[in-house]
Design a protein around this ligand. Structure first.
Ligand code: NAD
Ligand code: UDX
Length: 480
């Protein structure tokens, strides 16, 4: 029986291994983590992450061929294939702070593998890492262990949160990079054999190691770049009377462009896009390619601009101040169908409103109260000015409350901001919300959730990103 061990039981390690276990009953899969709480949650009825379809998959194979454990050394030493799926966040201090990937967790995992291995191993980079990481990992592994053959593969993960299970069941492609040697090819084949249990062969791509590592960064940069492009156009739409959703539809109908990832929004969030583009920027700079670095930096700059623009719209619409006013925030997760709040635009929007002394009531169907409070109390790390941190004042954070539902959040509010595209926000009784709000009642839609005309008919003043402005907003000074 082939034994797989995955180091890192997070948003990628957990779902990916659950699908491998489900599709390959002949393989034993053990997911290990340094976090005792996370492993306990994976072994309980309350999984540590919310992902549609995940509970079912875990329940079907946990205890049969899928296990979660904190005994890292034992399972690493017993495994034939070791996936490393630890977090690789942006460095917040030292050389490369604000851009480079922090590979501390990866290096620690590699050292454990080197320390405990007694047989040959295939080590799979599942985490997103800078191009050439495999070379560094190889040095760590081979430095410590004599007589053991390690083959490093790059097998980046392309799943998106909220749709992770369907992305894993039916991936557009599985990418495997390996050394172009007989041993390297054998290792690539061994990993291909795992995926071949459910992924058609023509969807399993093999490349050299560096192409695989770089393809992951490039794919995320391209996706984010599309969102920043349409968000840049959304500002122009507001200035001219065009509707960004009509423009995106017309543009996306060109088969060379395609319709996906052209939804204008308050900004992209999530743990990957900003981190991976910064990574690309850093690698470009390190290779002396400053023009390339500046090109990709613009994608993040537009994203920051879009979040600021949204806050400025809220404040300027509401008589240039939200001080002492209650703002209801619907949605805090970075997208629908996840409880994940990493890099969610809601953090920046809420902090912007708190700086103007607003009182905020937040409702999200999945993000927990603890997480939201922690996110808002944590100093924002500014990638562009890593030394100029802007601390949130403790009093500002006290002006945040968490509501049980949208109606409670909106009660007696002056304005309502929609920051996540949860389906349930489309179905709300906006007449009831309007009746309970202070007048004039404002809605700021950052996610194309409401129909502005329907809400205007109720009496709301509506701002919706990229759509023709309410007459109320047209008369205000332009927001840049
Ligand atoms: P995560 O923070 O949810 O999970 C990482 C886990 O690794 C944590 O539970 C942590 O405790 C554990 N860990 C860290 N160091 C460890 C060690 N030395 N030994 C054992 N466990 C250790 O992160 P994630 O969202 O799953 O992302 C993991 C990687 O996958 C990142 O590189 C990310 O860029 C990449 N990725 C993420 C997504 C996504 O949607 N989240 C998608 C594709 C790729
Ligand atoms: C992304 C990549 O899609 C995935 O392939 C990679 O493996 C990890 O990073 P994820 O961050 O989970 O996945 O979600 P994604 O669907 O890409 O959305 C990222 C952000 O962009 C969200 O905040 C989302 O709301 C926003 N978005 C997405 C838009 O604003 N407009 C769009 O058209 C699409």
């Amino acid at each position: 029986m082939v034994k797989i061990c995955c180091i890192g039981a997070g948003y990628v390690g957990g779902p990916t291994m659950a699908v491998i276990a489900l599709k390959c009953p002949s393989i034993e899969v053990v997911v290990v983590d340094i976090s005792v709480n996370r492993i306990a949650a994976w072994n309980s009825d309350q999984l540590p992450i919310y992902e549609p379809g995940l509970d079912d998959a875990v329940k079907q194979c946990r205890g049969k061929n899928l296990f979660f454990s904190t005994d890292i050394e034992k399972h690493v030493s017993e495994a034939d294939i070791i996936f490393v799926s630890v977090n690789t966040p942006t460095k917040t201090r030292g050389l490369g702070a604000g851009k480079a990937a922090d590979l501390t967790y990866w290096e620690n995992a590699a050292r454990v593998i080197a320390d405990v291995s007694k047989s040959d191993k295939i080590v799979v980079e599942k985490s997103t890492v800078p191009v050439k990481t495999a070379e560094a990992i190889e040095k760590i592994l081979t430095h410590n262990s004599e007589g053991i053959n390690y083959q490093i593969l790059s097998n980046p993960e392309f799943l998106a949160e909220g749709t992770a299970m369907q992305d894993l069941f039916k991936p557009d492609r599985v990418l495997i990079g390996g050394r172009e040697t007989p041993e390297g090819r054998k290792a690539v084949q061994a990993l291909k054999d795992v995926y071949a249990h459910w992924v058609p062969e023509d969807r399993i791509l093999t490349t050299n190691l560096w192409s695989a590592e770089l393809s992951k960064l490039a794919a995320n940069a391209f996706l984010a770049q599309r969102i920043s492009s349409i968000n840049a156009i959304s500002a122009l739409c507001e200035a001219t009377g065009a509707n960004v959703f009509e423009v995106a539809y017309a543009v996306g109908k060109d088969s060379r462009i395609g319709p996906k990832f052209l939804t204008a929004s308050v900004g992209f969030g999530g743990s990957c896009f900003q981190k991976d583009i910064l990574n690309l920027v850093y690698i470009s700079e390190c290779n002396g390619l400053s023009v390339v670095a500046n090109y990709w930096k613009q994608v993040i700059q537009i994203n920051d601009y879009q979040k600021n623009r949204f806050v400025n719209r809220v404040v300027s619409s509401m008589f240039n101040t939200v001080s002492g006013k209650k703002i209801a925030v619907l949605g805090f997760a970075f997208k629908k169908d996840t409880g994940d709040t990493r890099e969610t635009p809601a953090i920046d929007v809420c902090k912007g409103l708190l700086r103007d002394n607003a009182t905020i009531s937040i409702y999200d169907p999945q993000a927990t109260e603890d997480q939201i409070q922690r996110d808002l109390a944590t100093n924002k790390f500014d990638w562009n000015h890593p030394v100029h941190l802007q601390p949130m004042s403790p009093t500002a954070v006290k002006q945040v409350s968490i509501a049980w539902d949208a109606y409670e959040a909106a009660k007696a509010a002056h304005g309502l901001c929609i920051l996540t595209d949860w389906d349930e926000f489309k179905e709300l009784d906006y007449q009831r919300i309007y009746d309970d709000m202070q007048k004039p009642a404002f809605v700021f839609d950052g996610r194309d959730v409401v129909d502005p005309e329907k809400l205007r008919a109720i009496g709301f003043i509506v701002y919706a990103i990229g759509k023709p402005l309410d007459s109320w907003l047209k008369d205000l000074p332009a927001v840049a």
